[in-house]
Write a protein that binds this ligand. Structure first.
Ligand code: C2E
Ligand code: CA
Ligand code: CA
Length: 415
């Protein structure tokens, strides 16, 4: 059960894993899957929270898989202690309990400063671990010593990136399920750092939020997006543009004025734009966030609730949000055709969205079988690698010219 020295494999940066579960069968099962997926990683086990704390030393492990119901010290208490003593770089919560309860524990852990790679009902699968690995990698780099390190991005780095025009946007199409028409594109931020190479937006957006630069960075990106949108409008490409807004931006008094000034400069109308926000806007200063969103909605902007299905948003919160669109998260959508247990969730979400007059968009469509299922369940639009990855503006134009018609033709026979 002791921790052996790290030996990370080529495709995962996770090199030390700790599984805590009082059921020895489940614990062994999760540990052996970890060995399979995180090739070369050292995997340790404990059967309750107290034993885990006794075995962990001061150097943090990369990932802990934690069961919630355990004797002696349960998962919730253990998570609190791990957050306080910074014993793990990330955690994955697994439990036999109700998914809503598991995801509230996840939120509690995040509020305590832990990186939560997922909250799942048991048993854990290899697929879940692969997803956790991808998420972990996107926030980490490997140092020459072979150990993993968080990338530290300072306010200065961000300012320089903005000044030197190192930030850019890629655009990913959103297609209708009926007829595969191009409805719009989502703008996704990219940063090609001169020394570190490409950095995931999850990492630098987080850094911008924590260093007080999110408004500066977002307005810079918004300017790039609007300039591009104006170009497309002038060339007869009139699809809508979706832009992600961090929850903290909604608290900025100047936000709406700045948005309107930029819109006027490029002569773009609010109905051509959709702002995407996550349900995190319902945490913190809810009144102010709702006020900003409602004002944007009144001015004619579209509002999309992003990442639906990952957290806690429920029907009551949805009703309070002045949204026009619901984006189902890719963790729900990916492989949906092979998960009949999720069909009920999709159909009830579609019904709820229809009641609230919301357009439904499924993200992360990578397989054609998933597309057919989503179409059958009357999801309105799809976005995903199967159709197109996020592309530079020029490449997107190429894709529209040469690939879109082919995609439409290949789907014709099922319309
Ligand atoms: P998001 O808003 O949920 O964006 C969708 C993410 O899913 C994008 O990741 C996109 O590249 C990825 N994606 C799309 N289709 C597929 C698929 O079929 N399979 C898989 N595996 N992934 C797919 P990306 O570009 O890395 O962005 C990650 C997140 O960073 C975004 O998630 C968003 O939360 C944030 N972000 C990106 N740009 C901005 C921005 O300008 N402002 C803010 N505040 N956040 C941004
Ligand atoms: Ca989004
Ligand atoms: Ca999303």
């Amino acid at each position: 059960m002791a921790l052996s020295p790290p030996a990370p494999s080529a495709n995962t940066l996770i090199s030390r894993v700790f599984v805590v579960d009082d059921s020895s069968v489940q614990c062994e099962h999760a540990a052996s899957l970890c060995r399979e997926v995180f090739v070369g990683a050292s995997v340790s086990m404990a059967f309750d929270g107290k034993q885990a704390l006794d075995l962990l030393d001061d150097s943090a492990v990369d990932l802990m898989l934690i069961d919630l119901e355990m004797p002696v010290m349960d998962g919730i208490e253990l998570i609190g202690e791990i957050a306080r003593r910074k014993l793990s770089r990330s955690i994955l919560i697994m439990s036999a309990k109700d998914p809503k309860l598991i995801s509230s524990v996840g939120m509690m852990a995040e509020a305590g400063g832990l990186r939560v790679l997922g909250c799942y009902q048991k048993p854990i699968t290899a697929n879940i671990l692969h997803q956790a690995s991808t998420q972990f990698n996107s926030h980490s780099t490997r140092t020459s010593s072979g150990l993993t390190n968080e990338i530290i991005i300072t306010a200065d780095d961000l300012d320089q990136g903005i000044q030197n025009h190192h930030f850019n946007l890629h655009y990913q199409p959103k297609l209708t399920t009926k007829g595969a028409f191009l409805k719009g594109v989502e703008a996704l931020a990219r940063w090609n750092h001169p020394k570190l190479g490409p950095i995931s937006p999850l990492t630098f957006i987080d850094a911008a939020e924590n260093s007080g630069r999110i408004a500066a960075l977002s307005l810079h990106l918004f300017d790039i997006a609007l300039r591009q949108k104006a170009y497309w409008n002038q060339h007869g490409m009139t699809f809508s543009l979706a832009f992600n807004l961090s929850p903290s931006l909604l608290l900025e008094d100047e936000l709406i004025n700045r948005i309107e000034a930029a819109m006027a400069q490029y002569d773009i109308k609010p109905k051509e734009l959709i702002f995407e926000v996550t349900e995190n806007v319902m945490l913190g200063n809810v009144a102010k966030s709702l006020q900003t969103l409602t004002r944007l909605r009144l001015k004619g902007f579209g509002i999309a609730l992003d990442d639906y299905g990952t957290g806690f948003a429920n029907a009551e919160q949805l009703v309070r949000l002045p949204a026009t669109e619901l984006k189902l998260d890719r963790s729900l959508i990916h492989g949906i055709a092979k998960k009949p247990q999720l069909e009920k969730l999709i159909s009830s979400t579609v019904t709820l969205a229809a009641d609230l007059n919301l357009i439904t968009v499924a993200e992360g469509v990578e397989d054609i079988e998933d597309f057919y299922l989503l179409k059958r369940f009357n999801i309105d639009q799809v976005q995903g690698y199967h159709f197109c990855r996020p592309l530079m503006a020029e490449h997107l134009q190429q894709w529209i010219k040469s690939d879109l018609a082919k995609i439409r033709a290949s789907l014709m026979n099922v319309d």
